[in-house]
Design a protein around this ligand. Sequence first.
Ligand code: DGY
Length: 424
Amino acid sequence: MEGNFQEGGFTIPSKGLYPFQWKWDSAFIAIGFAHYDIEKAKMEIRTLLDAQWENGFIPHIIFHTENDSYFPGADFHRSELHPQSSKKYRSTGMTQPPVTGFVLQEMYRIAEDKESMLAFIKEQIAKVYQNHTYFYANRDPNDEGLVYIYHNWESGTDNSPVWDDIWETMNPPEYEFERKDTTHVDASQRPSKREYDHYLHLIDIAKEHRYNDDKIAELSPFLVQDPLFNAMLIKSNQALLELYELIGGYEFEKANLMAWQKKSIENFNTKLFDPELGAYVHYDLRNNRLIRHISSSSFSPLYANIPNQERAEILVKTMMDKFGGDDKYLCASFDPKSERFNPRKYWRGPVWINMNWMLYYGLKNYGFDEVAKRIKNDSIALIERDGFFEYFDCRKDNGETTRIGYGGGDFSWSAALLIDLLKT
Ligand code: DGY
């Protein structure tokens, strides 16, 4: 974390592979800093929120520096096309899961000096609230309390097999470009060239319309209600409500937050739960159908208290039956029993520490203390075995004696969230 901290007041996820500020990375990193350097934690969030657009939008990558070791960079994304984009920073025109609300609350939980942390929260909370207003006003065309994402990179689970169903409906041109990620990490651990064609094509469509949300909702072939993204929004709504309670006042904001919560939680439970699979799944809003695959995102609603106890038990049973064998570390990012599962490839199977961290607290919420303990111990064991990698093989024996940590090395959030797990 110290090594990845930058002069601009933010932390890169991993040297070489990810040389800028990423939204959800920064937020998770702040949780780690809060345990030992509270001023850095505040700085991380302050820098992130400083890049907010005039319409409340917070971008997924903030390009603080010129750096040609990453593709696609600022010149491809061209955030300046949007009339309300930041005049101070270039960024992408897409976002990432809305984690900043609950991260402010986690920072409050961790802080020893509560008064000073509350002063910081008072200074920043309006920006997070504006961000939620942006989501409900612009990303929920059917007024369901369920917001859409228009790009797989917005989900955070970049190349999940869930998206394969959508790629089948698209036929983008073959782009000519130079990949940079595969110069840092073995190609077998990264998305394919054809997947990148899809990713770039979606950005091109959005750029053609200057990142206008209405146009994107109308035209993007990728339009998905993602359970992880919406669970993070709901968790952050709850966090904002509780923080406003602590601050006092803010009746207007609290009333809006409560109304959003009611609608969002109700529709999340009716629309995104698949009783046959025993799990929450994604909804393809463009093609009006459920995408019926189980991923670690399927269990994330536990962290936001979305299911009732009975449904939480169903979720945990599904998790243990499919992901929880003794030969595996919890929790694979994709259903290990699916033919699309790949234990080495990014979000197609490997274990991610941020998901484990969320599931740990989610399981605790419902009293599944044993499973929570296992997920915590598995996370520690994986990092102890190989170091602070970006993701890990879920197989205890992968038939090789070589390492099972993959992707970027010295990965910041793996370190940050390990600190939090060790301290709880
Ligand atoms: C990447 O480049 O793979 C990033 O994760 C996109 O956010």
